[in-house]
Design a protein around this ligand. Structure first.
Ligand code: FAD
Length: 502
């Protein structure tokens, strides 16, 4: 066997997992990173919008503290503002929900009582914490987080709103809005799809979520610049990975490679090892023809079982703000809704009701007057099929309804993400779906061939956010997974070579 220097490694996908793997591999001379699209970063994607920037994908470093590798790397590159560096911010236990000054609009066009809204939020947070505590339960009473929450809410209905009918309905409507927010966080259509027992395995790091003043993409940009020139090849979509084979470069029969990576443009790359970091959404759609021979059944099952859903953003730029300067979140509540009622399935008529509301981009001096709306699930996927004009006019109607101001000026411009339609992503991020468990994440992360005695080990390695058991769906999960697989190969390269066979 040869040392690491002559082994050829191909990394597929230049998101944080792929770039992290490339960064840590000790065989740079023969490393290629193939990226399907025209840019590195993947689901980290900053675009210019209004007078500032819009994060189409990741927005925050969740839990920026010394245990977060994205925080450490961004600090190392000098990409974060002074607030993120403050130690007291790094110690805040926000549990993934930093408290921001907010206002809640109801669908009757009035501002809802902050006290009533807060009561419902406190109840929801308590129930969510008890859902997380179901982790390890041998036989949870119900399979999904959604069913669990509904059962708990049902028990409390008589006491909600002090037993008064209108107040009770308002509490239920706010709880329905909380469930939609949770769908955005989990990247799912419904919390009924999210498995209850493993829900508590996801780990939130301490630290007050922070953003990148120069855009999140400044991080992958720095990572690309630190790699030897020519390592990252853009517009190089991989079509098929043939493994367990015997491939030779033309005119060189002496060197045998187990893997051939074929790109959509016909180019091929021979390799000893391939680190696959493509999103789970892409794998779900393509794994059957993407790998030749196909993946072992257990891995294919894990890909099928794990969840991968959609969460999108809609950015709206206004000439003048209609909100107060201190407000950072505008929450939307449809007052006739309840978690205990079946949601409408008429997407065309009701898709916009899945929108949870808007975040105000800060600071306005940098961004202009920009709101960022969030919408998850099938309604979000439906939104992707509409034209920009349709989305903008619907958003104008929604805001006029919520504020009760029928003359509210329409936004000046609009930008939205379309992660479900993106052919090399097919959604936003992963979750542990009903019928799967954290073990499926570990199965997905297992390298192939499975046989440890195989003379050509670690042909296919798997990284990406969906392969991290406790930090899935995050940038730090993605980065750590890339480092993990690079380290696996580095250990193989450093291992003493077996004695030559005589
Ligand atoms: C709307 C949204 C909001 C989010 N918000 C946050 C947040 O605030 N904080 C946070 O921590 N995380 C957030 N995330 C999640 C975070 O962005 C991802 O978990 C992380 O960026 C995933 O990195 P990755 O390397 O695993 O995958 P990706 O970044 O998706 O990289 C995979 C790469 O593989 C490429 N690829 C796919 N198929 C092929 C092929 N056939 N050939 C070659 N290349 C291919 C893709 O083009 C892509 O560039 C958000 C994501 C979305 C969509």
């Amino acid at each position: 066997m040869e040392g690491g220097g002559r082994r050829r490694v191909v990394v597929v996908g230049a998101g944080l997992a792929g770039l992290g793997a490339a960064q840590r591999l000790r065989s740079h001379g023969s490393l290629r990173l193939l990226e399907a699209t025209a840019r590195a970063g993947g689901r980290v994607c900053t675009r210019p919008f209004a007078s500032g920037l819009a994060e189409m994908g990741a927005h925050w470093i969740h839990g920026p503290s010394p245990g977060n590798p994205v925080f450490l790397l961004a600090t190392h590159y000098g990409l974060l503002g002074p607030k993120a560096a403050q130690e007291e911010n790094q110690q805040v236990e926000a549990g993934g929900h930093p408290p921001l000054p907010s206002i809640t609009y109801g669908s009757s066009g009035r501002v809802l009582s902050p006290q009533a809204v807060s009561e419902a939020h406190v109840l929801f947070d308590t129930l969510l914490a008890s859902a997380r505590a179901c982790q390890g339960a041998e036989e949870p009473l119900v399979p999904s987080v959604g069913q669990y929450l509904r059962a708990e809410i049902t028990q409390r209905v008589p006491a909600l709103g002090g037993g008064e009918e209108d107040a009770r309905q308002l509490q239920l409507a706010v709880l329905a809005a909380c469930l939609k927010l949770e769908c955005c966080i989990s990247g799912t259509h419904s919390m009924d799809l999210v498995a209850l027992e493993p829900f508590g395995e996801y780990v939130s790091l301490p630290g007050l979520d922070c953003t990148f003043p120069g855009g999140y993409s400044s991080l992958p940009d720095c990572m690309v610049s630190a790699l030897p020139e020519g390592t990252v090849l853009l517009n190089k979509a991989v079509r098929t990975i043939r493994w367990r084979g015997s491939f030779h470069e033309e005119g060189d029969e002496t060197r045998d490679f187990p893997i051939q990576v074929e790109c959509e443009d016909g180019d091929t790359f021979l390799a000893d090892h391939v680190i696959i970091t493509v999103p789970l959404g892409f794998l779900k759609e393509r794994h059957q023809d993407f790998f030749q021979p196909p993946l072992p059944e257990q891995k294919a099952e894990a890909i099928r079982r794990l969840g991968f859903g959609t969460n999108n953003k809609i950015f709206l730029e206004f000439e003048q703000p209609f909100w107060e300067p201190q407000q950072q979140v505008l929450e939307a509540v449809w007052e006739d809704e309840s978690p205990l009622k079946e949601p409408s399935t008429d997407l065309e008529a009701n898709w916009f009701k899945k929108l949870i509301g808007f975040m105000v981009l800060q600071p306005p001096e940098q961004h202009g007057h920009v709101l960022c709306g969030f919408i998850a699930g099938k309604e979000s996927e439906y939104m992707e099929t509409l034209s920009d004009e349709e989305v903008l006019s619907t958003m104008t109607c929604v805001l006029r309804t919520l504020t009760g101001n029928l003359h509210l000026p329409a936004p000046r411009s609009m930008l939205r993400s379309q992660w479900h339609s993106a052919p090399y992503t097919r959604g936003s991020y992963s979750y542990v779906a009903v019928g799967s468990s954290g073990d499926d994440i570990d199965v997905l992360a297992q390298p192939l061939p499975e046989d440890l005695e195989d003379p050509r080990p670690l042909q296919l390695l798997f990284a990406g956010e969906a392969t991290h058991r406790t930090f899935y769906s995050t940038t730090h999960g993605a980065l750590l997974s890339g480092w993990r697989e690079a380290e696996r190969l580095n250990q193989l390269f450093d291992a003493p070579s077996p004695a030559p066979q005589l």
